[in-house]
Design a protein around this ligand. Structure first.
Ligand code: 6PG
Length: 257
C-alpha cells in the first residue's frame, strides 16, 4: 500500500462556472508543462455534468489557441455501457463539447469500446490499448499525466462505486463492474491507475455533494463506503476544485481561488 500522499490542494470557488474556468486554466498549464517535458501529454477524461462546462470552455476562443492539441492523447477514466452515440455516453459528451471543435487527431482519442463485445472483453481491450499507448507491460501500471475525476453524491469516483469488488482490484488496469444501483455495467480505470496519475484534478460542484464531501475530505478512512477517499493514497499530486455549495459543510479552512 502506498504511503498517504502529501495533503491535497483544495480550492473553493464561487460557482460551477468559476470551477470550470479554473479547471481550464489548470489544464492549459499542466498540458503546456507536460508537453515541454516530452509529448504526448496523456489525460484521462471524466464523465458527468461537471466536466461538460470545462470541455466547452477548452474548445472556446479563450482557451482553444492555448493548447497544442496535436501533442495530447485523450483517454477516458470510465464509460457507461451504452453506444458512443447514446446521450449518456461520456465519449459522446466529450466529442460533442470538445473533440469536434478542436484540432485533435482521431488517432489521439482512445474511446472505451462499448459495442459488439462483452463488458469484460471491452475492459480487457481497453487495457491493451492503454498498455500499447504507454508501452507498459503486464505487471506495470501506467502513469497518466493528468486524470480528471468527479465525485458522485454517494462518494463514487470514475465508476468505482461503494462496496464494489473493483475497489480491491490490484492487478487489472481496467474493469467492468456491474453496478447494482444503476442496474448496468460500467467500464472503469481501477484504483491502481487512479492512484498512479502524476496529477489528479477532482471537480466537485453542487449542494448535493456537500455531506459526502465532508466524509471524503475530512472523515475517517472508509474507502468501501467512500471510494473517492482512495485518492488519499495517490502517488501523484491531487488537486480538488470545489464550488461553494459543495464545500458548504466542510469544517476545514480551504483556499479560495
Ligand atoms: C461518470 C463519471 C462519474 C462522475 C460523477 C460526478 O461517468 O458519470 O465518471 O464518476 O464524475 O458521477 O458526476 P457529476 O459531475 O455529473 O456530478
Amino acid at each position: 500500500m502506498s504511503d498517504p500522499q502529501a495533503s491535497p490542494q483544495v480550492y473553493v470557488v464561487e460557482s460551477s462556472q468559476a470551477l470550470a474556468a479554473d479547471a481550464a486554466e489548470l489544464f492549459v498549464r499542466m498540458a503546456r508543462d507536460g508537453v515541454s517535458h516530452g509529448p504526448p501529454f496523456r489525460v484521462a477524461l471524466s464523465g458527468g455534468s461537471t466536466p461538460r462546462l470545462l470541455y466547452g470552455l477548452l474548445a472556446s476562443d479563450t482557451f482553444r489557441q492555448e493548447i497544442e492539441w496535436e501533442n495530447i492523447q485523450f483517454f477516458f477514466g470510465d464509460e457507461r455501457w451504452v453506444p458512443p452515440t447514446h446521450r449518456d455516453s461520456n465519449f459522446k459528451m466529450a466529442n460533442d463539447e470538445l473533440f469536434k471543435k478542436v484540432e485533435v487527431s482521431r488517432d489521439n482519442i482512445f474511446p472505451i469500446p462499448t459495442e459488439s463485445l462483452s463488458p469484460d472483453d471491452a475492459a480487457a481491450q481497453y487495457e491493451q490499448s492503454i498498455r500499447r499507448a504507454f508501452k507498459v507491460p503486464e505487471g506495470s501500471v501506467p502513469a497518466f499525466d493528468l486524470i480528471f475525476l468527479g465525485m458522485g453524491d454517494d462518494g463514487h469516483t470514475a465508476s468505482l462505486f461503494p462496496h464494489s469488488d473493483v475497489l480491491n482490484e490490484r492487478d487489472k488496469l481496467v474493469a467492468a463492474p456491474y453496478v447494482e444501483k444503476l442496474a448496468t455495467h460500467r467500464i472503469t480505470l481501477t484504483p491502481p491507475v487512479l492512484k498512479a496519475g502524476r496529477e489528479v484534478l477532482v471537480l466537485v460542484a453542487g449542494e448535493g455533494k456537500a455531506a459526502t464531501l465532508v466524509h471524503v475530505l475530512e472523515g475517517e478512512e472508509n474507502i468501501e463506503e467512500y471510494p473517492t477517499q482512495l485518492l488519499r493514497r495517490a502517488q501523484g499530486k491531487v488537486t480538488w476544485l470545489l464550488d461553494r455549495p459543495a464545500a458548504s459543510q466542510l469544517k476545514g479552512q480551504y483556499q479560495a481561488r
